[in-house]
Design a binder for this molecule. Structure first.
Ligand code: FE
Ligand code: FE
Ligand code: ZN
Length: 289
């Protein structure tokens, strides 16, 4: 099994996908994830087809398979609540089109927060939004991310993810993205990841699992906080994360979303540590070098 590993990278208005590829290569990644614009707003630049072509060529030359590349939908989009519901659905539709223009196949989406409506009403909203946004001609899979359960977040357990998938009509266009920090914070014990995968398989089905975010956590299991930590420096720890990364059943893209240190991306050093399976306790110093 070849390790498919990368990190969050930027996507700028000027350099677009080409800039993202160059950044990923700097970290010695063979995949990457990006937002098509700022995650906290819905302003989006027009896709430049020339930049996309150049990016695809660069990816081919460097053995980055576009099928492993991920777009993260902006977290400002909340499909679970009634506020701005139509706007959010329309934005998601447009985002799907942008992603298709880029040739990317996988979109990670936070299911949303019900903000007082209750879990069931929230799930109902998410399901109708997805059914409105997706259509047969689409060539993307929307991957629902497992959440930490902060506030009124939906997707904090596999049962909620399952309920959403059950309601989606186009089942071949829906998937799941696990996030190790979120799983930990939601109360899943990551000591034996095969047990977590067994439970996921029983409730949702492993075939839906398309992506995994690899993050350590600043908080203890079940804290429902969602604060990412650098690999090996949090409460999950290096050994458990390595066991997850190298689990034979997870032949899917693995993406780091760990925090920057003094304004610098930690990804090159973290990916090196993961490839060597050896914890570097001086990681934070090495990043600054
Ligand atoms: Fe996310
Ligand atoms: Fe994540
Ligand atoms: Zn998170």
């Amino acid at each position: 099994m070849e390790l498919i590993i990368g990190s969050h990278v930027s996507f700028t208005k000027d350099e677009q996908l080409k800039g993202s590829v160059i950044e990923a290569l700097k970290y010695e990644s063979n995949t990457f994830m990006f937002y098509t614009g700022a995650p906290q707003n819905t302003l989006r630049a027009k896709i430049d087809d020339n930049k996309t072509k150049e990016a695809l060529k660069l990816m081919e030359e460097n053995n980055i398979n576009i099928n492993n590349v991920i777009v993260h939908a902006p977290y400002i989009i909340n499909l679970a609540n009634n506020n701005n519901f139509d706007f959010n659905v329309r934005f998601l539709k447009e985002e799907i089109k942008r992603v298709e223009l880029l040739g990317v196949k996988l979109i990670v989406l936070h299911p949303g927060s019900h903000i007082g409506l209750g879990v069931d009403a929230g799930i109902k909203n998410i399901v109708s939004a997805l059914n409105m946004a997706l259509d047969k001609s689409n060539n993307v899979i929307i991957c629902l991310e497992t959440m930490a359960g902060k506030g009124t977040e939906i997707g904090k357990c596999f049962e909620e993810i399952k309920k959403i998938i059950d309601g989606v009509e186009l089942k071949d266009k829906i998937g799941v993205c696990m996030d190790t920090c979120h799983l930990n914070d939601a109360g899943y014990d990551l000591s034996n990841f095969d047990e977590v995968l067994d439970e996921f398989d029983k409730i949702v089905g492993l075939k839906y699992l398309k992506v995994i975010h690899i993050n350590d956590s600043k908080n203890v299991m079940g804290a429902r906080k969602d604060r990412h930590e650098n690999i090996g420096f949090g409460t999950i720890g290096f050994d458990k994360l390595i066991n997850i990364i190298y689990n034979e059943r997870l032949n899917i893209p693995k993406l780091l979303e760990t925090p920057y240190y003094n304004g610098l991306a930690p990804y090159k050093e973290e990916i090196k540590m993961i490839r060597e399976k050896k914890f570097n306790e001086n990681l934070l110093d090495d990043i600054s070098k």
